[in-house]
Design a protein around this ligand. Sequence first.
Ligand SMILES: Nc1ncnc2c1ncn2[C@@H]1O[C@H](COP(=O)(O)OP(=O)(O)OP(=O)(O)O)[C@@H](O)[C@H]1O
Length: 985
Amino acid sequence: MKAAHSESKAAKSDQMIVPERLHFSAGFWFALLGRPVGVTLDEDRIQITARSGVSAFKLVQLSATPEHESGLLWDTLVFQVGDQTLRVRGLRQGCDAATIQRFRERCSAWVGEQASSFKAEISSILMGAYLRDSHIEHLDAQINVMVSRSRRFYGGLSRDSRKAHEWLEDVYPLSAHKSRLREAFVKRKTQEHAAFFRSAESNPLTEEQTRAVILDDDRNLVLAAAGTGKTSVIVAKTLYMILEGMARPEEILVLAYSRKAREELQERLNHRLQVMQEVMPGRFPNDSRPQVSTFHSIGLKIMAQSGYIAKVSQFAEYPSSRKRWLTKQLDEYLHGGAEPITQFIGAIHPVCDPFEFESQREYERFHRDNVYETLNGDKVRSYQELLIGNWFYIQGIEHTYEPNYDRTAFSSLGYLYRPDFHINGTLIYLEHFGIDRKDNTRRDIDAVAYNDGIRKKREIHRANGTTLLETYHYEWCEGMLYASLEARLQEVGVVSDPRSWSEIHHRLNELNRVSQYAEVFDHAISAVRLERLSHDGIMNRFKQAKYANAEYFYPILIHLLDAYIKALKDTGEIDFEDMIIHAIDAVEEVRFEPTWKYILVDEFQDISQLRMDLLNTIMGKVSLPSLYCVGDDWQSIYRFSGGKLELTTRFEQLIGTASKATIQKTFRYNNSIAKVAGDFVMKNPEQYKKLITTADMADSPQVYVVDTRLSEVAHETDEGAKIRAIVETIRRNDPDGSIAVLGRYNFVLDNIRAALACSPELGRELIYWTFHGSKGLEADYCILAGFRQGRFGFPSENRTEEPVEALLPSLDGFSYSEERRLMYVALTRARKKSYIVTDPLAPSVFVEELMVGGDVDIRSPRFHEAYRASYKCPDCIDGYLVKRYKYGKTYYTCNGYPGCRTKAKACGECDGVMAEANLQRQCRSKDCTHIEYLCPQCARPLRLQRGSFGEFWGCSGFGARGNERCTYKTKKPAGSSAQVFQGLD
Ligand SMILES: Nc1ncnc2c1ncn2[C@@H]1O[C@H](COP(=O)(O)OP(=O)(O)OP(=O)(O)O)[C@@H](O)[C@H]1O
């Protein structure tokens, strides 16, 4: 066998320096015919000479080891180049096996060397920096080429090259192995910088904090819980980047939520930088320090550097001035007469269709927290009654809401009859019946009994010679309510005398509606600007939210919004939203070129779309930017300022893939507070699940539910006095402990301040925070107040801000979700103990929920069911009867007013609640047996009297005058056989 032509022996012996040149020449027949054929391997290049000419390819293009085939007339070499097969025929027969082997080895060795050096390169990339998502695709493509080539040459690879190949196989694809690779990186950096992580903050960073600091993806999301040291992580992360040389201080932008938070963070950062300069000399520059900014200050800076110097409007500096200005604008708009006033009256009350409520409780809560007050000043029971009352007022028809009617109607109805409306000076009454065309009623109402009541009412009016006009729920549904009213009044000769629009406008001001409702427009304008909504965008949001008053609210909003924007433009001023909007424009139009490599955002859970747009715009203009977001979805409480929680909870869908870290060990509070607060907020399935651990452990509940009554015998609630008592107790046990009083609204705090004004020695040491204002703060003891039901309770069903809600970022469907998070924030401010002060007879649903869990310490027997049952309202689900005094008389009313209008008499013997049914009243108090019997004709109490024929029961209305007089008497009161009250005490 002839050997293929080989080059010099010297080259062969010294392959590593000058690789041997291997050549295969043409076989006999091809040479005879003069056909040029040959194959030469020279360094990393194979040259093929064939009839068609000379071609060459690099070894890198070989996708398999070359094959040799021996033929009858000539030999053939087969090359796989990419996915092509090249057959070089006509080679000299009987190629030397050793040469062929060397040829093949040369190919494998070359591939092996490539694999080894590529492995070294990839490994150093992975060792040197955190694997970023944006690098993976590109690296994976390269590894793929290398791995698939070396796999085909595997048999011929040296041991080292095989190892390199296996290593590459092991990490490929990086997309599937990134977690492992990143964790290995984190581990290495944790060890390498152990000294730094021990001293970057005043306490050594925990493992989870350290990991959070080392993350360095294109986008990073650090999810924490209250008191877990988010600020520590941001400070340490900033210092770490400088230490590692990842960025110079001026290439780092740290963003805080508010001016106050910015100052605190900057101060802490400066301090720690100074400490680290001493601890690790030479590792941190002395001449520059990273700057913390707010979004607004960075917006202003970008504007200024892009040449746009603008004055900040007083509307931004002093929010109350914007509200005043808007009130004036709104008032001027209403001078426009019929159309604007109709829009305004239509906009200010939430539409309520009673047939759409799922449950009685839902219906009652809605009416408890939403007051329908007509232009006449009547607080009516429903939205449709409001429309009727307003219509009467506008038409100039004098009327009375729920007038007294003849008491004798009691005997047929079983309650004292008050028709809905009475036309003053006539015998005409109007009832608005809640039925549809098929006589169906609201879900929770017994339709048969209701329709029976309608028939009885008609009969009563017939019997008494009064006129009953009727309107129906279905007429409202069909848009016929006003037409029906007009027709029915005309039929009975009631003539309307419409008021002038200026009189109605005046009345709206008299009732304070214009200034009150200007606030809603104020909030709506903020929402529109925060969400960057166009006019169409506004309408779309209203449609999505099925906001029923859109046709009235929208034109006023557009008018005010345009006027507001024009006012800013005319004066050349900007508001807060403008600061961001103009900054986005400046970056987009390259009037400002950002140089930040790293953007760190604190309180990310509250970021608005507008702020996010600014971040995205900056990130889009910087090469290799990294966004680092720290937040706590459980503490998202600024939706009204545009806070868009879904940017946190759906981070990857809305912003992009990210590396995530969780920090779940809290240093602020104990396990008891952590459990109560954590379980409470996680009731909402939309919140991330977290397993909070605590540095402090308590073996008994440290969240207390405290009665607003001072003592067990005290009847009146007195929140202020109770808080004073709690403060005194804390002071006795822990004289130096800090104490904060927290309330949902400022007025709650004002009331407590006023109550404590008489004890200046106590009041001076207290800190007062609203729940919102308490964010980021802590005290040893926190006293939480204002947990009542109702419109200004916590939480509330009030819908005044319904249009604003529709414009704000979307909210998850879980009820009271934002208020629930607010409660979490309030509960987690205490280092040692949290006190929730509430009235057992009107507790917020949140307190009810906490008490069920068994994790709180309930400090009063009055929270027990037996006590509360004595005061439970008989007519509604949530309400309790609360004692009132008027004109020297004691009585009870339901705290669900105006949704529930139940009243109860106070017991003449003990002041307890008198339960009433079956023509008798019985005291509900435990040891009281007082009973009153009622007159079956007029519902007044019966009095036991002595006459010439012995004792009898006579109506106490005997002495009344005229029609009011009742002469009923009986030997045995009708109610005496029935037991009203089963003795719940
Ligand atoms: N690794 C740590 N070891 C000990 N204490 C720590 C550690 N990290 C933070 N802390 C302490 O925990 C407390 C809470 O920290 P910080 O205020 O930063 O928490 P936060 O997560 O911002 O809380 P919040 O969200 O409730 O405002 C501080 O007193 C802080 O010094």
